[in-house]
Design a protein. Structure first.
Length: 437
């Protein structure tokens, strides 16, 4: 039965895509100290030739680490388990000047801060530029680390403030403006925040703790020229900080207790705790896997002088479009896994549907999103296939995606389920979409 459904899934998608495809195809800083150059966003030292940037052979999905390279003007992907290089996600040549931080927003898109361009650029998870979220027209200048909390974007600036945005080009009163010189901000789940301060007009270098709402609480400890602050991925409640001047990575807790200090061979910038327990550092020496405590280089993963902050993101080939229609059991849930490229395993999974009934798989290449049986039908129904939900109220359709399908075609998928508890005898899953590659 599973093999028959998988074959059906491939036929549904391949037939739709092929037919749709046919229709679609009718300054310099020599006199500055390294600290001054870093503060201004100028790569210090003599930069090596920019490495040849490489796209991954197949689209990378799942959890990855993103690190901007301000020499090559790209954002590269690395494994959160062992730090291995996975390819480049974003090519910002001609747009970027000094990209610092690439974080994932609540909408799933990637937000990249550029220190010298005074801008935050927005990319989708395939690495396509969408728009500029904020820039100098919003009063931004010399920006560094960024973070999201409560649907708002927070942007650190060398002009001694942390700006807050509620929407693109919608700047609110500054979240923090207390004379500190922030290089990064990192929010805790309860709304408190940690800030790396490189010594502003009224402060000294250190890691500062703020209450929810932005009021200052206390200085936790005082590394010199601290840059990125990150959660310790293997030690809940502990954090990592990388210091430029001190050339160290510190593992600390919210009380300010430093539990371990790892020496670095050069100035610190980005840091992450890998799944294998080692540290990943990004700085003027490249991207390296280090032994905690000793700083011994285990693997030189990338070279180059422009590597910056390290952020964990989730790259999914499928986007959730919402518009589920719930019944007595709640809303049926549809998820997709795997990119629509030749040789990939692609899986559609329906859960929380009414057991032992019929669910209609609706597939189309156009986002219709019109009222239908008390809900919203997302795909234009090019193909509809009825499938049994079984005793578990679920359907899983795995399949090996075929070769020869044209790229660049959006696919929209949704289930409509025969269910008397729906407003007009049907419930519906959320719609999802992916694009053929």
């Amino acid at each position: 039965m599973t093999r028959r459904l998988s074959t059906l899934f491939v036929l549904v998608l391949a037939t739709l895509v092929l037919s749709s495809g046919a229709n679609l195809m009718a300054g310099g800083g020599a006199s500055m100290t390294p600290q001054q150059m870093e503060e201004a966003g100028i790569d210090n030292g003599v930069a090596p030739p920019s490495p040849v940037q490489t796209k991954a052979a197949a689209r990378v999905t799942g959890k990855v680490l993103l690190i901007p390279d301000s020499t090559a003007d790209i954002v590269a992907m690395f494994s959160p388990q062992d730090g291995s290089y996975l390819g480049d996600l974003i090519n910002g040549v001609g747009l970027f000047s000094t990209p610092i931080n690439a974080v994932q927003g609540p909408d799933g898109n990637i937000y990249v801060s550029d220190q010298v361009k005074d801008s935050v650029y927005v990319y989708d998870i395939a690495g396509t530029l969408l728009y500029t979220y904020a820039d100098g027209t919003d009063g931004l200048d010399n920006i560094r680390g960024i973070d999201w909390f409560g649907g708002h974007l927070f942007v650190t600036s060398g002009n001694d403030y942390v700006a807050e945005f509620s929407a693109p080009h919608t700047r609110l009163p500054d979240f923090i403006a207390d004379g500190s010189d922030p290089f990064d901000i990192h929010f805790l789940p309860d709304g408190r925040s940690l800030m790396s301060d490189i010594g502003g007009s009224l402060t000294v270098d250190g890691i500062r703790l703020y209450f929810a709402g932005g009021a200052f609480d206390k200085v936790l400890f005082t590394p010199q020229f601290p840059e990125q602050i990150a959660d310790d991925s293997l030690l809940p409640g502990e954090f990592l900080e990388s210091a430029f001047t001190d050339k160290t990575i510190s593992d600390f807790d919210i009380a300010g207790t430093v539990n371990q200090v790892t020496p670095l061979s050069t100035n610190g910038r980005g840091v992450y705790r890998l799944g294998n327990g080692n540290l990943l550092q990004a700085n003027g020496a490249g991207v390296q896997e280090l032994a905690p405590g000793t700083g011994t280089v285990i693997t030189q993963i990338k070279t180059g002088s422009g590597w910056r902050y390290i952020e964990e993101v989730m790259l999914s080939a499928w986007t959730d479009l919402g518009n589920a229609l719930p019944g007595v059991l709640g809303a049926p849930v549809l998820t997709g896994d795997g990119a629509l490229s030749a040789g990939n395993t692609v899986t559609l999974t329906l859960t929380n549907a009414l057991p032992n009934t019929t669910a209609f798989l609706v597939v189309g290449a156009v986002n219709l999103s019109l009222p239908f049986y008390g809900g919203i039908i997302v795909p234009y129904p090019t193909l509809i296939v009825g499938l049994p939900t079984g005793a578990a109220g679920s359907i899983t359709l795995p399949a090996l995606y075929p070769a020869g399908v044209p790229a660049g075609i959006p696919i929209y998928v949704q289930y409509w389920i025969v269910d008397a508890s729906g407003p007009e005898g049907y419930t519906a899953s959320n719609g999802i979409t992916a694009t053929t590659e």
